[in-house]
Design a protein. Structure first.
Length: 131
């Protein structure tokens, strides 16, 4: 592979710290600008409080942490795809719409997965409260 015209990325601790800072900026941007990510952050707090309240098992905690992470990841990817499409074109284009709709659909599907798993973990606990 020829590397004459390619710039080799620097490596090291400073670059690592810089990458972490950039990641935090991305999280901050998405949290402040994406309503759905804000909603998921609120729901995450509700799920965490509920988990402690109902004394869920370690396996249930693992399931919830994985699904909450999947939601955050898909919301961040959705935000990144939307920003990239907006950067490329401000005009309406069918492929741009498809890209944005599919990214949104990925976030929606992960939310449906989460909803199902939240019901699986918490619904029996909630029913016990009333029986």
């Amino acid at each position: 592979m020829e590397l004459k015209n390619k710039k080799i990325k620097k490596r090291g601790f400073k670059r690592f710290i810089s990458s972490i800072k950039n990641s935090i900026k991305g999280l901050e941007y998405a949290y402040l600008n994406e309503q759905s990510l804000t909603l998921h952050a609120i729901l995450t707090v509700v799920v965490l409080v509920s988990g402690f309240y109902f004394h869920i098992s370690k396996m249930q905690w693992a399931i919830l942490v994985v699904v909450m992470t999947i939601i955050i990841v898909t919301e961040l990817l959705n935000t990144a795809i939307e920003a990239t499409v907006d950067l490329v074109t401000k005009e309406y284009h069918e492929l741009a719409r498809i890209a944005k709709d599919c990214a949104s659909a990925a976030a929606f599907v992960s939310s449906l997965l989460a909803c199902g798993l939240y019901l699986y973990v918490f619904l029996p606990q909630i029913i016990k409260l009333f029986i």
